[in-house]
Design a protein around this ligand. Structure first.
Ligand SMILES: [Zn+2]
Length: 241
């Protein structure tokens, strides 16, 4: 999907093919390149204790000393993007991946990480891109301002998958596989993850339903408690106070 198309070798067709290739990928290619550049800004790993219950949303910014605390795992996904994930979240993800792939082995599903940690500069690029595409109103409502995205923590992971030899990567394609999401979502709490932006809870989370966006909360006990009670992270933390 992110790979460049092979150009035709014969002369006349080559001109047409080159023009077509440019047209077809300009939108998606630009977005992908921006995303790739943004994710390349490797965070510096800290070494103190991580608050796995940190709340970062439209109202709560990333704590100032966050990046001094967190240790990151650096990886590369199947489309060649760098992905930085908080180490505890990454260990848990590998176990989740292993289990999901076993359960879906008859469909040859491979689980992949799209993006995890995102810098504030990367979030600004997303805001700019979406403002241009969808307007300011939309962005105010649905896109987190820099400093207010859960992706700054390294604890939020966006998943995608490969089914057989087909990479399912774009959001509009990912939503076409509810049966795969069902298997993934069912297993999340066992490894300390919750589905962060569930359907029908948009008024509380401030985010649209995102089947791919999962959040590590530090332990299976906590993840199970949140999930069994049917709460969002916002509600769970408010109850604890
Ligand atoms: Zn996300």
């Amino acid at each position: 999907m992110k790979k460049r198309k092979t150009k035709l070798v014969w002369l006349t067709a080559a001109v047409i093919a080159a023009a077509l290739a440019l047209c077809a990928c300009s939108g998606q290619g630009e977005a992908a390149d921006e995303k790739k550049a943004a994710q390349k800004e490797a965070p510096v790993s800290g070494d103190t204790e991580v608050d796995y219950m940190v709340l970062v949303n439209f109202e709560n910014p990333l704590p100032d000393d966050w990046l001094d605390r967190v240790k990151f795992h650096a990886g590369i996904n199947s489309v060649g993007d760098d992905v930085f994930t908080e180490t505890g979240a990454h260990d848990a993800y590998l176990k989740l991946k292993d289990d999901v792939e076993k359960e879906l082995s008859d469909r040859k599903v491979t689980l992949e990480l799209d993006s995890a940690y995102r810098s504030e500069a990367a979030q600004q690029k997303i805001v700019d891109e979406f403002t241009e595409k969808y307007g300011e109103e939309y962005v105010k409502k649905y896109v987190a301002a820099p400093g207010y995205s859960e992706h700054h923590t390294g604890l939020a992971l966006d998943l995608y998958f490969i089914v057989g030899d087909k990479t399912v990567y774009e959001n509009e394609d990912l939503v076409q596989y509810p049966e795969i999401w069902e298997v993934i979502h069912k297993r999340l709490p066992e490894y300390g993850f919750i589905l962060r932006y569930p359907e029908g809870r948009e008024d509380i989370t401030g985010a649209n339903y995102e089947p791919w966006h999962i959040r590590y909360v530090g332990s299976p006990e906590t993840a199970k408690d949140i999930t069994e009670k049917g709460l969002t992270l916002e509600e769970y933390l408010a109850d604890k106070k």
